[in-house]
Design a protein around this ligand. Structure first.
Ligand SMILES: [Zn+2]
Ligand SMILES: [Zn+2]
Length: 263
């Protein structure tokens, strides 16, 4: 319902990452999969999730005698160290275990290094496809006698930035996390409580504003997004202000809002 409210193009969703099996993190999944099928989806979907997720889904589909019109590939998360769970030419995704009451993983999305860009303003008219590929791969375009025809630095611009985003799911504070998400552009870290509830956060395997901000600071990230606020807080601005005392470039993760990482 929220995806359609925010006009997300769900046909473009090929992979879904589920951090853990607390209801606030996956109870919507069965409805989403069912809707995909109802609207005629045929493309395969890959689901990444903790052991047990597959069984829950199969039980639900069996009980409702639902037959999905598209295949689901299930990738079970098990690793106790960060490990790559998806990779293609543009992107890699690493799952890393966090510390929650039940098994839980965060996900780090990292773009691969990008090719150089042809400077269209001065692009010679006689470039072949092969020449363009050579230029994008930092090579010069050469003549038959190997002399340089078009020098790479002159005709190309530096690659666009490879962006990174880490989603840390639900977790209590632990220092090692900062190493695993070192230097990312955008860090999502939960801040269930204000810092005066530090003890409660620890007991419930959640974090406070200052703990989230400390991870962001230690990891030297660019931007911090905090979220997963306890329902006790009607006004979220004190949470934001408190986090900012440690890490200034912090925003509230408000549902429906877009956050763009500049290239
Ligand atoms: Zn949880
Ligand atoms: Zn949660």
């Amino acid at each position: 319902m929220q995806l359609s409210r925010y006009r997300a193009r769900t046909s473009r969703i090929g992979h879904i990452f589920i951090s853990h099996l607390h209801g606030d993190h996956y109870f919507g999944l069965i409805g989403l999969l069912n809707t995909f099928s109802l609207v005629g989806r045929k493309n395969a979907l890959t689901l990444y999730g903790p052991p047990g997720l597959n069984d829950v889904l199969i039980a639900q589909f069996r009980a409702s005698q639902a037959v999905l019109g598209f295949p689901i590939h299930f990738v079970e998360l098990r690793a106790t160290e960060p490990n790559t769970i998806f990779e293609d030419a543009q992107l890699s995704v690493t799952a890393f275990p966090v510390q929650h009451r039940i098994a839980c993983w965060g996900f780090l999305f990292r773009e691969k290094p990008k090719p150089r860009r042809i400077n269209k303003d001065i692009m010679p008219a006689d470039l072949s496809v092969k020449d363009i590929i050579a230029l994008k791969n930092s090579q010069d375009v050469v003549n038959a006698d190997n002399s340089i025809r078009y020098r790479n630095e002159k005709y190309t611009l530096p690659p666009r930035k490879s962006r990174s985003y880490a989603y840390c799911a639900d977790t209590r504070y632990f220092e090692l996390l900062a190493e695993w998400v070192k230097g990312v552009d955008l860090l999502y870290h939960e801040s269930t409580f204000m810092d005066q509830e530090r003890e409660l956060a620890e007991q419930r395997y959640h974090s406070t504003t200052l703990q989230a901000a400390t991870i962001a600071k230690q990891a030297e990230v660019d931007t911090l997004l905090i979220g997963h606020f306890s329902s006790r807080y009607r006004d979220l601005s004190p949470l934001l202000e408190e986090a900012k005392t440690v890490f200034d470039n912090t925003s509230l993760a408000i549902e429906g809002q877009d956050f763009t990482i500049p290239e």
